[in-house]
Design a protein around this ligand. Structure first.
Ligand code: PLP
Length: 401
């Protein structure tokens, strides 16, 4: 076998995801793209804002020497300072360039962080539902994922968290707004989590880091904000990217922000500089670092996602699907009628509707619908959803008059 047993095993564990993707592709080839309603992909569909293209053109014209050379592994000083200024404004904390590491997307940021902090066999707490790749990221660096459930509204369950933290706990990996639930953990939840973790740090005599994965932070649809974890908890590290807020997932640009209040923060950043180099990223893309420094306050057109969310949420609830109203990101996460979410997703496939089972996010009994989709496809899918719901025994809760 050309690939390692471990990689083969990991591919095997995720193989039904690949199988469903392949089946979706085969379906499109058989019946035509226009007859398949694909809600399975989390690919940001809204194009980057005009300001991005203006900055791109300006940077492309710049022939100053050194624009495309190696730099310090943590990134350009000016970009890191611009990012730090934003955090300082948001949190009132003393962020400087020294707290920022530019990264290759949020995925790169999380891997660099985990490589930096994990000793072999240490545990990383994940709140279910969680982004499926986390399990592999933790394993990449010798860690062990420990899954903690959330409550019935997908909010943090701090009692379950307290029960899960032990001497091996090194980090809590948090994602808000959440993929797949759309939940934003509020100020109360973050404060309660911080209280538990501070107490555990004291009792256990260990450092426990909160790694806050925030790529959907700007994609918010309610009148709420995403609490800055660093204002509640000292040992916090933000990992994020511009994949969703600027619509640049293919460009692979993000950053890490270590709280100015984290213990031994300079050492952490030093470790991250080593990790980004030796993981083979070396540094975040130079061109993109120059561009994002100019457009940190811009976002894609969030109303596009809001409109899709409102339509699908209202229509599917009307058909009898049970779900929480998502507050951010671009996913709905309804219940399946039985615990067999894989079977349910396959049944939807027969109606040419593609979604992802909750099992893929550590939460069987649910399925994920991405509403980062073309409006036209969404609208054409509505009668198909209605037919599928009827045939799969899903009933409206209150009969229509
Ligand atoms: C929760 C979450 N974290 C991290 C990532 C990876 O983001 P990036 O493309 O910026 O690496 C994704 C991508 O979909 C995600 O949903």
């Amino acid at each position: 076998m050309p690939i390692s047993r471990k990689v083969a095993d990991q591919i095997g564990r995720a193989s039904w995801i690949r199988r469903m993707f392949e089946e979706g592709r085969a379906l499109k080839a058989r019946v035509g793209d226009e007859n398949v309603y694909d809600f399975s992909l989390g690919n940001p569909i809204v194009e980057p804002p005009d300001e991005f293209f203006e900055a791109l053109e300006a940077v492309a014209q710049d022939r100053a020497p050194g624009m495309h050379r190696y730099m310090t592994n943590v990134g350009f000083e000016e970009t890191r300072q611009a990012v730090a200024d934003k955090y300082a404004l948001e949190t009132g904390l003393d962020y400087t360039a020294a707290h920022i590491v530019m990264s290759v997307g949020a995925a790169g940021a999380i891997n660099v962080t985990l490589k930096t902090i994990l000793n072999e066999g240490e545990e990383v707490i994940l709140f279910a539902p969680y982004f499926a790749e986390y399990e592999f990221y933790v394993d990449n660096h010798g860690g062990v994922p420990k899954v903690v459930r959330t409550d019935s509204t997908f909010d943090l369950d701090v009692e379950a968290l307290a029960a899960a933290v032990g001497p091996k706990t090194r980090a809590v990996l948090l994602n808000s707004p959440n993929n797949p639930s759309g939940r934003v953990y509020g100020h109360g939840a973050i404060e309660a989590m911080a209280r538990v973790l501070k107490k555990k740090q004291r009792e256990l005599g260990t450092a426990i880091y909160v790694v806050s994965d925030e790529p959907y932070k700007a994609l918010l649809y309610e009148d709420i904000d995403v609490p800055a974890v660093a204002t509640y908890y000292e040992n916090s590290i933000v990992c994020t990217s511009h994949s969703k807020d600027l619509g640049l997932p293919g460009e692979r640009i993000g950053h890490i922000a270590v709280s100015p209040q984290a213990a031994d923060g300079a050492e952490l950043v030093n470790g991250m500089a080593f990790a980004i180099r030796t993981l083979g990223f070396v540094n975040a893309p130079a061109l993109l670092q120059r561009i994002v420094a100019q457009v940190l306050d811009c976002t894609v057109d969030i109303d596009f996602y809001r409109r899709n969310r409102d339509t699908l949420y209202t229509e599917l609830r009307g058909l009898g699907f049970e779900m929480q109203r998502p507050e951010g990101a671009f996913f709905l996460f309804p219940k399946t009628p039985t615990d067999d979410d894989v079977g349910f997703v396959r049944a939807l496939q027969k109606h040419h509707i593609l979604t992802v089972p909750g099992t893929g996010f550590g939460t069987p009994g649910y399925f994920r619908i991405s509403y980062s989709v073309e409006r036209d496809m969404l609208e054409r899918s509505l009668p198909v959803w209605a037919r599928a719901a009827r045939e799969l025994g899903i009933e409206p809760k209150t009969p229509k008059r």
